[in-house]
Ligand binder design. Structure first.
Ligand SMILES: Nc1nc2c(ncn2[C@@H]2O[C@H](COP(=O)(O)OP(=O)(O)OP(=O)(O)O)[C@@H](O)[C@H]2O)c(=O)[nH]1
Ligand SMILES: [Mg+2]
Length: 208
């Protein structure tokens, strides 16, 4: 993908602040500190488009970015950060759920997992929830540079078992070595080109 422009559009907490629904959109989700913002920066080849931090929980809003005036990327706040008070966690959960269930231009979700960590019910439930809503999901296993190739394979197997996924549905990625970058772009491009998720063929919309 040739990146001609990548610009920050807006931060939002609720639908009234989201940008207009006129371009297809991909959202990036995952636990706090897993590397969501870093992955977006790598994809668009900008060092500092999205703020990254070694302190978990820094991204607390939905951040929208316009890429090539052709599509939007949305950096979602990280979930599961233990130090955040319960009430705040609930608000974040609601904010993400509202976004995912109302955004008509959403074409897919990239779920980012730390390759070293075997996912829990939370991730399993999240994927199942996306599935029931017909939202395509791409699973990216990041920080792959922290494991040898042999251990990467072992973890892919463990994560595959935990999530009930096929190995082809997961991409090992490293922001350090750029391993997997092309594969993530391919998966994102595929989602962007999918037809409308709720689209009915013309002249076939009368269900009465
Ligand atoms: N070694 C290594 N470090 C990474 C990789 N990706 C991200 N990191 C580091 O992980 C830390 C967190 O990265 P972020 O991109 O800010 O994580 P985030 O998921 O956006 O975090 P929140 O916004 O807090 O939810 C930073 O110190 C990054 O440099 C990777 O592929 N390899
Ligand atoms: Mg972030």
């Amino acid at each position: 993908m040739i990146i001609k422009s990548a610009t920050f559009t807006i931060s939002a907490t609720q639908p009234s602040n989201y940008p207009p629904e006129d371009l297809p959109e991909i959202a990036f989700a995952g636990r706090s500190n897993v590397g969501k913002s870093t992955l977006i920066n790598k994809l668009v080849n900008r060092k500092h488009l999205v703020k990254t931090s070694s302190t978990p929980g820094r991204t607390q809003l939905l951040n929208f970015f316009n890429i090539n005036d052709a599509f939007l990327f949305v950096d979602l706040p990280g979930y599961g950060y233990a130090k955040v008070p319960e009430r705040v966690k609930k608000d974040w959960g609601k904010m993400i759920e509202t976004y995912l269930s109302t955004r008509s231009t959403l074409k897919g979700v990239v779920l980012i997992l730390d390759i070293r960590r075997t996912p829990q019910a939370e991730e399993h439930n999240f994927l199942a929830w996306l599935n029931t809503r017909g939202i395509p999901a791409v699973v990216v296993l990041t920080k792959a540079d922290k494991l040898s190739k042999t251990n990467q394979k072992k973890q892919v197997q463990a994560i595959e078992n935990a999530l009930g996924l096929h190995p082809d549905q997961m991409i090992c990625f490293s922001a350090k070595t750029r391993q997997g970058l092309d594969a993530v772009w391919q998966a994102v491009s595929y989602c962007l080109e999918l037809p409308e998720k709720n689209g009915l063929p013309e002249k076939n919309g009368d269900l009465s």
